[in-house]
Design a protein around this ligand. Structure first.
Ligand code: CP
Length: 337
């Protein structure tokens, strides 16, 4: 399939959002619009010249207040493959150390002509706050334990590409549900697309209230394992939890880690996912992470296509808003001569 993506993006009727702040508010149709557009960009990424001119002249800024390997690199590369200019803001060495506020920092950066700001912050709701104060588009690249929408999208995209569908599958989210923004974004995307979701982990890491999001809860991985079409192994978020939520890493790995013995008891075609970074030997052993059922690196490849799709759709919507403003009739007022 050859797709022409060199022209500036135009609005699509199925995408009318300026920001991507989370998957909770998105409809199934909106999620499917992003996944379909990602197909186009996966094709672009397979070309020898992995670049289209769609976002020539646009500026995408990464505003990361937390560490990242995959998400930041992926957004930078996605923007460059769309021919946008990219800027990476790093907190170290910035004027935040002189007391400049989060909003002032973002507004000053926006004043340099930023079209899309990609934000990661330890505080839930930080990207939503920026969306209220900025005119540019805002993408949530992870806000505390709240949401990580592009991770949720790339996970469902990887499932759809591997299994041919999402509806009707049983997906296990295993591990630290309480502190995981990936868990929440996965739950919203998977349930909207018709999957059955079981969250599983020690009781201290699975809040009972999560049931309200339409999932089942289990505490024994071995009991649910044979039912699962997809196992998504979530990292224990040591940086977000107080100590003592489980006895030791060794016990956690024994009860909730995916190893080759458990893989033998799972469905033959079970799909193994992990958002990364993975702790080898804790949530997954190396032979499973690098084995034939694993799509962990495929998730990273697919993530690039998803982020290109999101940037493209948001910029298309901004173009449409700009054009609508330019075409709007001038309202006559009493002062008009
Ligand atoms: N999965 C993910 O968000 O990875 P990074 O923290 O490296 O971006």
């Amino acid at each position: 399939m050859t797709v022409e993506l060199d022209a500036p993006p135009r609005a699509t009727p199925s995408w009318t959002r300026r920001h991507l702040l989370g998957l909770e508010d998105l409809s199934a149709a909106e999620i499917e619009t992003i996944l379909r557009k990602a197909d186009d960009f996966l094709e672009v990424s397979q070309r020898s010249r992995k670049k289209v001119a769609a976002l020539t002249g646009r500026v995408v800024l990464n505003l990361f207040f937390e560490p990242s390997t995959r998400t930041r690199t992926s957004f930078s590369l996605a923007a460059r493959r769309l021919s946008a200019d990219t800027v990476d803001f790093t907190v170290t060495g910035s004027s935040t150390s002189k007391g400049e506020s989060f909003i002032d920092t973002a507004r000053n950066l926006e004043a340099m002509g930023v079209d899309v700001m990609v934000v990661r912050h330890s505080s839930p709701g930080a990207p939503h706050l920026l969306a209220q104060h900025l005119n540019c588009s805002v993408i949530n690249a992870g806000d505390g334990a709240h949401e990580h929408p592009t991770q949720g999208l790339l996970d469902v995209y990887t499932i759809q590409r591997s299994k041919g569908r999402v509806a009707g599958l049983t997906v296990g989210l295993i591990g630290d549900i309480a502190h995981s923004r990936v868990a929440r974004s996965n739950i919203h995307a998977l349930t909207k697309l018709g999957a059955r979701v079981i969250v599983c982990g020690p009781p201290t890491l699975v809040p009972p209230t999560i049931r309200r999001l339409g999932v089942e809860i289990a505490h024994r991985f071995d009991d649910i394992l044979p039912q699962l079409d997809v196992v998504n192994l979530l990292r224990v978020q040591f940086e977000r939890q107080r100590k003592g939520l489980f006895p030791s890493i060794h016990e956690y790995a024994a009860l909730f880690g995916m190893d080759s013995q458990r893989l033998r008891r799972a469905k033959d075609d079970v799909l193994i996912l992990a958002p990364g970074p993975i702790n080898r030997g804790v949530e997954v052993t190396p032979e499973v992470a690098d084995g034939p059922n694993s799509a962990i690196l495929q998730q990273v490849t697919n993530g690039l296509a998803i982020r290109m799709a999101v940037l493209y759709l948001l910029c298309g919507q901004r173009s449409a808003e700009r054009q609508a403003n330019e075409n709007a009739p001038v309202r006559e007022t009493a002062e008009t001569p």
